[in-house]
Design a protein around this ligand. Sequence first.
Ligand SMILES: [Zn+2]
Length: 108
Amino acid sequence: MSKHTPGPWHSNPPKAQNPSRVSVTACSGFVRIYEAHLSQETAANASLIASAPDLLNALRDVEWGGTERDEDGVEVHACPWCGCEKDMGHDSGCGLAKAIAKAEGGAS
Ligand SMILES: [Zn+2]
């Protein structure tokens, strides 16, 4: 697992000294995550990129938040996307697992 710059990340609107740039920064502005010429698309990209740490944390929070019943009828933690039990791991096609792996630098 790669370790990304800690959140929160902030999408910054253009500044007076550089009105044609949009950026995403972290660590109180000391780390620049993304910078691009301002357009509707790059502004939307900045918002999406800035939300990445929060989205990853949300995915991790819900990853095993579902419940299923095992063969003995006992309720167990399961993935809400693929329904697989935590002890068994995700189904190979699980979109939630793929999204987490991609965010962590794994298979996309
Ligand atoms: Zn899953």
